[in-house]
Design a protein around this ligand. Sequence first.
Ligand code: ADQ
Length: 465
Amino acid sequence: MPRARRRLVVVSNRGPYRVQSSGGRRRLVRAAGGLVAALDPVLRGRGGVWVSTGDGELGEALEEGGESLPYEIAQVRLPRAVREGFYEGVSNAMLWPILHSMPATVRMSGPAFDTYESANRAFCDALLSSTRAGDLIWIHDFHLMLMPAMVRQQRPKARIGWFCHIPWPSSDIFRILPWRRWLLEGLLGADLLGFHTDAYAQNFLRCVVDLVPDSQVDFSRMTVRCGRRTLRVVVAPIGVPLDAIQTMAADPQVSADMERIQKTVDHRRIILGVDRLDYTKGIPQRLLAFEQLLRSDRSARNRYVLVQIMVPSRTDVKAYADLKTNIDQLVGDINGRYASAGRIPIQYFYRNLPPAQLYAHYRAADVALVTPLRDGMNLVALEYVACRIHGGGVLVLSEFAGAAQYLQSALQVNPYDTHALAQSLKTALAMPQDKARARMNELRAEVHKLDVHRWADDYLEQLER
Ligand code: ADQ
């Protein structure tokens, strides 16, 4: 007889829904970003609780609009100063650039780490009061690295998993963080630590060897022994909700939207970029490569259009506001220089699109240009492939995205090398149909293996074991 499944508790900084006000009414919309895109379908399918930050607005909006949630949501309220220090001061300004191996962008402020600890403690308290012993606890991402050990101290027998959605750097880079050892010891409170690729998992184990001397690491079995406990490290590449995406992509409304998009750009061939606005995503590099294509080939402006869709992100952080200005200027410059009557080379959207519209763009695009400088996995690459239900289309993919380990049939590029990137773009646009189809079929077989439900089931099964 199958064992009764334990209740699942997901913990992450950002919750799955946010409140949007329009025309005096408030309604719930799903938050953007890879983590929510991955875990919302999992909790919808299996039920449970999601613990995340919030200010109570969610409950009020639900009451007002008569809406209901697909699963329970427990909110952690952080005082403003703690929230700022934890989220901006530590998570965004220090951990994000270090874990993405971009130390030059780090801004360090000593006392901010206290707020990181306080925030992790507040999450731990909220978790303990809204869950029961026996629940399966799955903590997500770099905001909550101290939490596994905090929960372990209060509930020694709990099953605790932690998943790293972003890359894990080499020990040389990780050691730049002054509280490197605390962070690692926080994570060692878990039973199971998950990473997207083998390289990230091995980097993590190397950090433990170098920085936590009283632990024992076994690289081949991927275990860490500390005191009387042994925890496991697993490689668990995330995927996308394949069936749901394919069904929606095949919807007649999406097909109609796809045709409308193609008509709007005068049936030029579409090169597509879709990203959260972030300096790790390589957006300026992509724009420059497209400019090189326009410069080197006069007919390109009549034949191709770059559609860049960006979702606003971390808008109150200066580095992000600066990047936005930089991108706006680049787009303006390129469009100013290469536009001809009625034909603008870059169509640029700065907003969150509903999934159906996003999928219509994926279907309309001849080439997807996914060029992060570094990226844990990158779901956009997988979504593009999942939406190519009629085959064809070329994926140009940065070799520094975790997804590149799995999508070997993509045209892989080094995004720092603008010339090489422009060359890959040319190769993609010139690829004969049969070759593009064959590659896309191989990519679709890979994306099929990377289904998000399987990712969650496999991970949780290992955590429960
Ligand atoms: P992100 O950095 O957010 O995720 P990514 O994996 O590409 O990056 O996911 C972005 C998600 O946002 C995708 O599902 C995409 O469809 C959606 N999105 C982007 N722009 C949008 C727009 N304008 N409108 C609507 N939706 C939009 C982090 C890590 C990644 C890792 C994921 C999951 O940085 O490396 O793949 O978590 O683990």
